[in-house]
Design a protein around this ligand. Sequence first.
Ligand SMILES: Nc1ncnc2c1ncn2[C@@H]1O[C@H](COP(=O)(O)OP(=O)(O)OP(=O)(O)O)[C@@H](O)[C@H]1O
Length: 235
Amino acid sequence: METFLLTVRNLNAWYNREKMVLTNFSLELARQEVVGLIGLNGTGKTTFLKVISGLLPTFQSDGILFSGKPVNPREKTFKMCRYTVFAEDNSFPYFTFLEYISYVFSAYKKNMPDISALVQGFHFENYTDTLLKDLSTGNRKKAFLITAFALKPVLLFLDEPVNGLDFQSTEYLYRQIAGYKEHGTLLFSSHILESITLTSDRVYVLENGAIKQTFGRGKLSAANIREALRYENNL
Ligand SMILES: Nc1ncnc2c1ncn2[C@@H]1O[C@H](COP(=O)(O)OP(=O)(O)OP(=O)(O)O)[C@@H](O)[C@H]1O
């Protein structure tokens, strides 16, 4: 039987106990697949990424399994296998991109590869020595995306990676996302249907804090996703 790379069983998560954000949220990610996560605003996509990235401790679940073994998102061994790019990230304001990426590689105990193709692909040549706090929102996001694709963790999470990127970088990003399955597993949230249909093996549709549908290859079309979202919104 296939062991999934990541299994999440019946996850409940909240910011305050009166209002559950995720309820019985379950998903499975295979090794080396690219999966989209879509849902209306406020359905809990970022909240899931916060839980799995160890940033939100207020959750309960029937199990989070990494390679078949139960893990806590805050565990170091699990941390070293994943990296998350959040939609907005103001961390490390006084690091330049080059300082940040070398810090990340040393924290993950990996040697930094040649990153020039990624820097060029994201049109980031002129910003590598600028403090992260002084970059525009889109350029700051590129700093974290380049770090992610250079690091190539077994498990990569991207929260709305397309938002704020210029057109040329978006096309490059789609190629990086689609090609990620050569290295590992990538889950990304997006509101842009094309970003999912052009890159993903599967898509999960999130509704009111739980996974309501999943479409695999063959069924993964903009029309099907739109239909699922329309149903969700009772339109
Ligand atoms: N820090 C917080 N404190 C309290 N409630 C929060 C907090 N962050 C998010 N929420 C609430 O949790 C719910 C889910 O938010 P979340 O950001 O996970 O949704 P999302 O699916 O990522 O939305 P979007 O598509 O708009 O980015 C929303 O109702 C939101 O208001």
